[in-house]
Design a protein around this ligand. Structure first.
Ligand code: 4NP
Length: 153
């Protein structure tokens, strides 16, 4: 079973969408998908209403998710850890205990634009357009991730 963790800062905007989108694409095969935040501000909270709304518009229900903080144990529990932006990436790498931990951490948009190290922009302080844009980027990235796990998708 492939285990994938999506990570952003608050675990209420971007990574809950990434979790919901990837789950919807891999539901038929053995993959465990979860998400977490590098910050502790929103622990226990539901996704941001704007993430819930854009997910709904695309036929996904992410309301059962609750924010949690990334922990060092996540390096043991997951095969791949996708950071939404360079700042999240660095925060995760700073917690890595060894090269094996580090090798699991990727920037999610490098799946779409290899080697470009692009950020999924933080939509928290913006309007609804930011969330629509984030959804589109994550949908493209998750389509590629799902195909890597199961080429028959
Ligand atoms: P996320 O967005 O990292 O995509 O969940 C944010 C949510 C909350 C905050 C920052 C980013 N915050 O500063 O509270």
């Amino acid at each position: 079973m492939t285990k994938i963790l999506m990570v952003c800062l608050g675990n209420i905007c971007r990574s809950p969408l990434a979790e919901g989108i990837l789950k919807s694409k891999v539901f038929s095969f053995k993959t465990f998908v979860d998400s977490a935040g590098t910050g502790a501000y929103h622990i226990g909270k539901k996704p941001d209403p704007r993430s819930i709304s854009i997910a709904n518009l695309n036929g996904l229900d992410i309301t059962d998710q609750r924010a949690r903080k990334f922990t060092v144990e996540d390096f043991d529990n997951f095969d791949l850890i996708y950071a939404m932006d360079n700042s999240n990436y660095q925060n995760i790498i700073d917690l890595a205990r060894n090269e094996n931990d580090k090798s699991k951490v990727k920037l999610i948009l490098n799946e779409v634009f290899p080697g470009e190290n692009l950020d999924v922009p933080d939509p928290y302080y913006g309007g609804d357009f930011g969330f629509k844009n984030v959804y589109k980027m994550l949908d493209e990235a998750c389509e590629i991730i799902a195909k890597k796990i199961n080429p028959n998708v």
